[in-house]
Design a protein around this ligand. Structure first.
Ligand SMILES: [Zn+2]
Length: 265
């Protein structure tokens, strides 16, 4: 009788475990979070770039008597919520269409430096910040996508507060002040961890005052990618979620508008 009970109990546990592992159940019960800003004329672009345009081709009741609308848009690759392919700063790197799907999806973590960036617009996230995260949670997993939360997302799309300037052209570039990832931290990641991408809630993975873009160059030389101008990072937990980052598949592109979402089980 006792043996029978143990077998029944084991079967009960096994059934419970297999239910928990059902991936469709996880998908049914989880939550999708949009990390993408909508594209419009206010979308933040680099001071030397042309802004996003969206014009009406036709919208209204047509000559056949039913409603119809169609628009056209134009955009530079690197503005609004967007993707950087390795070829953006590495001549032999993958173009947008060449980045494998495996690299566009993965386990996400959020490193929150909001407090430091709030008191220093030019803050550069250090390897120490990444190690502090590891000490608090766990070692950055192989294949991770690291999202850096600076808190600057709350300013988007106000150029003055988000980028530090409303000036355009090279004069505007000289006045950019926003946080980024320090080149030494990028090098630490490339050398010591096996990650797929880095994303953040500012216009660039290098801080605003960078002129040599060494964080871009370091990450992309190693085949990594980046996401810039992310939205909604405050909605994510520090770990335990999944990222899908799907850029417009521009053949030969160095970057592209990006629709990025997180799945929190
Ligand atoms: Zn870019």
């Amino acid at each position: 009788m006792k043996k029978c009970f143990i077998i029944l109990f084991a079967l009960f546990l096994a059934a419970g475990c297999s239910r928990e592992r059902d991936p469709l159940d996880i998908l049914r019960n989880g939550q999708w979070i949009d990390l993408t800003w909508s594209f419009d004329e206010q979308s933040v672009y680099w001071p030397t770039n042309i802004h996003f345009t969206h014009d009406t081709v036709f919208a209204g009741i047509n000559d056949k008597g039913y409603y119809y609308s169609s628009f056209k848009f134009s955009a530079e690759e690197h503005g609004g919520t967007h993707f950087d392919a390795p070829v953006h700063f590495a001549q032999e790197g993958n173009t947008v269409d060449q980045v494998p799907l495996q690299q566009l999806t993965g386990e996400g973590i959020v490193v929150d430096v909001t407090a430091k960036a709030a008191s220093d617009r030019d803050y550069q996230i250090t390897a120490g910040d990444l190690q502090d995260w590891e000490n608090q949670y766990s070692r950055i997993p192989d294949g991770a996508i690291i999202l850096l939360r600076t808190g600057f997302g709350k300013f988007y799309p106000d150029c003055e507060t988000y980028t530090g300037t409303t000036l355009a052209g090279t004069e505007g570039v000289a006045h950019l002040h926003f946080p980024g990832l320090h080149p030494d931290a990028a090098q630490w990641l490339v050398t010591n961890r096996k990650i797929k991408a880095v994303g953040l809630d500012t216009p660039s993975i290098d801080y605003g005052q960078s002129s040599d873009f060494m964080t871009h160059r370091t990450l992309y030389a190693a085949g990594l990618t980046a996401y810039e101008n992310l939205a909604g990072l405050e909605q994510l937990p520090p770990e335990g979620f999944w990222i899908m980052a799907l850029p417009m598949k521009i053949k030969g592109g160095s970057g592209a508008p990006l629709r990025i979402v997180a799945f929190v089980p």
